[in-house]
Design a protein around this ligand. Structure first.
Ligand SMILES: [Cu+2]
Length: 75
């Protein structure tokens, strides 16, 4: 079962930032349909149940930004 998640990410300013975050999130096994909006400071993605918030935080941090919140958009 896939989860739909909304992430809040601090520190992104332009499309290059968004690309870095997208690239790192793509490396997380089980993450798909990644859409990053640098102006809003958000990312939307679908993940397997196995993907943890820690994995997402690590990916965002690897790109050089901070994950500040994760909310599920389908319960
Ligand atoms: Cu940038």
């Amino acid at each position: 079962m896939a989860k739909e998640l909304d992430l809040k990410i601090e520190g992104m300013t332009c499309n290059h930032c968004a690309q870095s975050v997208t690239k790192e999130l793509q490396k997380v096994a089980g993450a798909a349909d990644i859409q990053v909006d640098p102006k809003a400071g958000t990312a939307h993605l679908a993940t397997d149940e196995s993907v943890t918030e820690d994995q997402l935080a690590a990916a965002v941090s690897e790109a050089g930004y901070s994950l500040t919140s994760v909310t599920s958009s389908n319960g």
